[in-house]
Design a protein around this ligand. Structure first.
Ligand code: AGP
Length: 600
């Protein structure tokens, strides 16, 4: 993970670097640092915690006599969170930052006596190794080439060597882009941030070594000229407006982003579906792949495809799929779901299925991402930038994408009638206003439930069929931002083990939509209540028959299978948010997490 910035030849080195690092904080916020440099001097400032600490620490340092800066915000992988392990790693001649993991760092560390044996950070080992190579080889270019050939893993490095006053960018797996105007260069691991600086951009590719010497930029190993393209500018997503947190802002943005996503789909994206997509769906099987929340979206997608099409469909966690044997004899379409388009597990799984000659489609919110560059076809979600670590609007837009895809496929292969297709598209079109009403009406209830949660030791979520992945998502949301112990289960599984967890100090949120499994879901709630577990029922069925014990029934709007996952997601997002608010946690940047998980 981690975020990297590099700036050359700009009037505001320090303030721009800090500004960019703040935007990159979603990639990790364990520690941060910057190195200001010139052909005379390297000056490094590091601190533990968020960028605001670094900002305070570097307040009185002037960038006047420097020509460049590199900076880093860290999500710790190797080595504890400490000032020592913060990047950049620097001495009087070299400074570098890295995003990613160097897999063979311990072999390198063991091989060279010049590398201290007590250091734990893979980047620090790489720093000592490169500094050894620079001393050994007269030409720093040669040292860089040997360095790149030796290190193994997924990484992006930004390096300054004072000896030849050169700046290097190395990429393998982790994203890194460069924007340029005249003599000035901005380098960043999130290309969307660069649009605020320069209007041309270049996305580095795996294996690239780019060298910048004063204002001359070139490949180190290739003869080709680096060609910059026009940079698309984005709205400023880093403004919370009147909201206390990005998460709350993003929950409230759902009606509008769902509306724009649906209107893009109906007005252009899925028009002429057959011509665009038939070739992709001529397969024996569909497999939906993702991590975390995106995996839960995949699970919902499985229920949609199962309901509206005749295709065989299943889901896989990207981190597991990567290491599984894949059936070569079947034609499979893998659909990858990722908000960031950069999640390393998902990206690697995509590369893996491609290498096995299977078809691939990516559903993502980030059109500039590595996954888009890999996939055969991309379906964008139009959720706009999601800043809060906890995914909310990106998730519901992913659901919308999958709902549309399943309906289009069902209609194309005649597994649903035109009438059913139209009815469901109509439901999806009406969804934004339904969601808006629900957010407003449920907010007071979410605040009441959050008070109840503060008296509990654990909170469980249960649901069946299409509500089951939503139970998992509700639980993930709660644990990630409030740190409360929480699990999600399929309602029918409780009696096979998890019901042993139930006691008077637990609360179980039961999702009970009005569908074929309604009675069975009510029984599952009864079984928990009978064991003194407190329950909260979310259901669209009014006047539900009495359940003993302490319960609370919350009325949900009437639902159909297609809008069930949306309707039941909203209350869970709000409950988690208001509970975390009362717990005083760092809602937008919860402990130990990062928005974009760019390591394995
Ligand atoms: C969601 O709240 C999480 N922070 C996390 O599970 C996330 O969904 C997962 O890491 C996948 O990210 P992606 O969608 O960017 O691939």
């Amino acid at each position: 993970m981690c975020g990297i910035v590099g700036i050359l030849n700009s009037k505001s080195l320090k303030s721009d670097a800090i500004e960019i690092l703040k935007k990159l904080e979603y990639r990790g916020y364990d520690s941060a640092g910057i190195s200001l440099f010139s052909d005379q001097k390297i000056r490094t400032i590091k601190s533990v915690g968020k960028i605001s600490n670094l900002e305070k620490k570097s307040k009185n340092i002037s960038d006047k006599f420097f020509s460049g800066v590199i900076g880093h915000t860290r999500w710790a992988t190797h080595g504890v969170v400490s000032r020592n392990n913060a990047h950049p790693f620097a001495n009087e001649n070299l400074t570098l930052v890295c995003n990613g993991i160097i897999e063979n760092y311990s072999q390198i560390q063991n091989r060279y006596k010049e590398i201290p044996k007590n250091i734990k950070s893979d980047t620090e080992v790489s720093f000592y190794y490169l500094s050894y190579l620079i001393d050994k080889y007269k030409n720093p270019d040669e040292a860089i080439e040997i360095f790149q050939k030796t290190i193994r893993g997924n990484f992006a490095f930004v390096i300054f060597i004072k000896k030849n006053n050169c700046f290097y960018i190395l990429k393998n797996g982790s994203p890194i882009s460069i924007s340029n105007k005249n003599q000035s260069f901005y380098i960043c691991s999130d290309s969307s941030i660069l649009s605020n600086y320069h209007d041309t951009i270049f996305h580095c590719e795996d294996g690239d070594i780019i060298k910048i010497n004063e204002s001359k930029i070139s490949y180190l190993q290739k003869k080709n000229k680096i060609s910059f393209q026009k940079n698309i500018s984005y709205q400023n997503p880093y403004d919370k407006g009147n909201y206390q947190h990005f998460m709350l802002k993003e929950i409230h943005e759902q009606p509008s982003v769902l509306k724009s996503t649906q209107s893009k789909y109906t007005s252009e994206y899925f028009i002429d579906f057959e011509t665009k997509f038939r070739h992709l769906f001529e397969v024996d099987k569909i497999v939906l792949v993702g991590c975390g929340t995106a995996y839960h979206a995949s699970m919902v997608g499985e229920y949609y495809f199962n309901h509206f099409t005749n295709k065989e469909v299943s889901t896989e966690l990207a981190s597991e799929l990567r290491y599984k044997k894949i059936n070569k004899n079947k034609q499979i379409l893998y659909i990858f779901i990722s908000q960031s388009g950069e999640t390393m597990d998902t990206l690697m799984a995509l590369k893996y299925v491609k290498s096995m000659n299977h078809k691939s489609l990516v559903i993502t919110n980030s059109l500039e991402s590595s996954m888009v560059r890999e996939a055969e076809v991309t379906i964008p979600t139009y959720a706009q930038k999601e800043v809060g670590v906890a995914s909310t609007k990106a998730f519901t837009c992913q659901l919308l994408s999958l709902a549309n895809l399943a309906l289009e496929l069902g209609r194309m292969e005649n597994s649903i009638s035109n009438q059913i297709y139209k009815k469901n598209i109509n439901l999806l079109t009406k969804l934004p206003s339904k969601i808006k009403k629900l957010i407003n009406e449920f907010t007071p209830n979410a605040k009441i439930i959050s008070k109840k949660l503060s008296q509990a030791n654990a909170c469980y979520f249960i649901g069946r069929n299409i509500a089951y992945p939503i139970a998992l998502e509700g639980s993930l949301k709660l644990k990630e931002i409030s740190y409360m112990h929480s699990e999600g289960f399929p309602g029918g599984e409780m009696k096979h083990g998890p019901i042993a967890l139930i006691d008077k100090d637990s609360i179980t949120v039961c999702l009970i939509p009005n569908n074929d499994l309604f009675e069975k879901s009510v029984s599952n709630a009864q079984e928990i209540s009978a064991r003194n577990g407190k329950i909260i029922i979310l259901s669209s069925v009014k006047n539900m028959s009495k359940i003993n014990g302490e319960i609370k029934v919350m009325n949900m709007p009437k639902e159909n299978i297609i809008d069930t996952p949306f309707i039941y997601t909203i209350p869970l997002q709000l409950i988690s948010y208001y509970f975390a608010l009362s717990e005083g946690t760092d809602i937008d940047q919860p402990r130990n997490l990062a928005k974009s998980v760019t390591v394995e």
